[in-house]
Design a binder for this molecule. Structure first.
Ligand code: SF4
Length: 92
């Protein structure tokens, strides 16, 4: 049985220069963000806890929208990447 990492490695990303997801930087500005949940549940490991701060990188995002659902609306900016950019799924 393939692991989630094996499955994700089959995909291709055409990463846009501008991030399609943004969260505030700095622990003070991140109050109310479910940091532990994001670090644990993001299937692409885009979120990493570093002390009190949550670090984020959008490059490997698989556009599942989990972070959009569990983060307060005023703490995240989420949209799909510009047309044709972002992940291109490979199902074989
Ligand atoms: S949309 Fe999904 S894959 Fe992308 S950063 Fe949010 S939780 Fe991670």
């Amino acid at each position: 049985m393939l692991s989630i990492e094996d499955i994700l490695q089959r995909n291709v990303w055409d990463v846009a220069e501008d991030p399609h997801i943004e969260i505030p930087r700095g622990a003070e500005n991140q109050r109310g963000i479910p940091k532990k949940a994001l670090a644990l549940l993001c299937p692409a490991a885009c979120y990493t806890e570093m002390g009190e701060e949550l670090l984020f990188s959008y490059e490997g995002c698989v556009e599942c929208a989990l972070c959009r659902v569990i983060t307060p609306k005023d703490k995240i900016s989420w949209r799909y990447p510009r047309s044709g950019r972002g992940i291109q799924y490979r199902f074989t």
